[in-house]
Write a protein that binds this ligand. Structure first.
Ligand code: GLN
Length: 311
């Protein structure tokens, strides 16, 4: 099937969505001047590691929340399901990604893909004596191994985020109050901010998504990046929660595990087949990229990629 997904085909899809200028650039970055507000790119990576792409595929962007499923799966791998489940649930919250609310009764984060769960997952990575720097280095190492180069942090964004992370600080303190944050709230928010500011391009993000389609193996190799079970759990949560409070609509229309980031990136997983990534900075009211979502929806439609298409 991926043989039919040529660069020309991807370009055709990008052309279909290109004129949609709706949505807004990421709101929480104050007067940050976005370098590429009109960028548009898309890529597909099969399990052999072959990447096909179109558009502005050389532009790097911050992973932002697209980093969350990787770190959630890493926490599952390192700490085990039971330990993670004490702090992070698996239910869609139905709220915005940064909603200041925890699961009633347990005080857990609702799931690993809203900010509360991402903070709790970040804190679970590494050892108890890790500080914000060394804990983040475990995470950076995972991304670097997967992407095949030493990934860098967007220091300007990390800096702005650190100064404006009031909601994340509130969430981290709330989790700590409930006994559901494995480290100091300030360190966790600082490390999580750097995690969000890791930069990749759309080809690399498609390769990363293909790892989730490949049961945790790096596409094109036998190298295990994440455990099979952790990947299954992360894919499940991406299926039900990856698009935040638009997750129901996404599953209905597109039918693929996916994760968005407020930089405008979005990836989707076609289990056992390939990974898809798209990038376009303007976001809808849920914080999902308007054109990246439309492009992936179009690809899913054309190739019957919805996981329930073949029943
Ligand atoms: N850094 C952003 C935050 O923590 C990431 C949010 C996102 O991509 N949805 O709020």
């Amino acid at each position: 099937m991926t043989d039919d997904i040529t660069a020309d085909l991807l370009l055709g899809i990008l052309d279909e969505v290109r004129d949609d200028s709706s949505g807004d650039l990421v709101p929480h970055l104050g007067d940050y001047e976005h370098p590429n507000p009109d960028a548009l790119a898309m890529a597909v990576c099969d399990l052999d590691g072959t990447v096909t792409s179109a558009g502005d595929d050389g532009i790097r962007f911050d992973l932002q929340s697209a980093s969350k499923p990787f770190v959630y799966a890493l926490a599952l791998d390192q700490k085990g399901v039971d330990e993670v489940a004490k702090r992070i649930g698996v239910e869609p919250s139905g709220d915005a990604f940064n909603e200041i609310s925890l699961e009633a009764g347990t005080g857990r984060a609702p799931n690993g893909l809203v900010n509360a769960g991402a903070l709790a997952a970040h804190a679970l990575v590494g050892d108890t004596d890790d500080d914000e720097v060394s804990r983040f280095e475990h995470i950076r190492a995972l991304f670097s191994r997967l992407v095949g180069r030493e990934v860098e942090v967007d220091e300007e964004i990390a800096d702005i985020e650190a100064k404006s992370a009031h909601r994340n600080q509130a969430l981290a303190h709330l989790l700590a109050e409930e006994g559901n944050l494995a480290d100091d709230p300030h360190e966790v928010v600082a490390g999580y901010g750097r995690q969000c500011a890791v930069r990749v391009d759309v080809r690399e993000l498609a390769h990363m998504a293909a790892m989730f389609a490949n049961g945790g193996l790096k596409p094109g190799s036998d190298e295990r990046i994440l455990g099979r079970k952790a990947v299954r759990y992360a894919n499940s949560v991406m299926f039900t929660c990856g698009m935040y409070d638009a997750a129901g609509d996404w599953v209905y229309q597109v039918g693929l595990p996916a994760k968005s980031g407020v930089s405008g990136c979005l990836f989707a997983v076609v289990p056992g087949k390939f990974g898809i990534a798209a990038y376009s900075p303007r976001l809808d009211e849920h914080g999902n990229s308007v054109r990246a979502a439309a492009a992936i929806e179009e690809l899913s439609d054309r190739f019957d990629l919805h996981v329930l298409d073949h029943v």
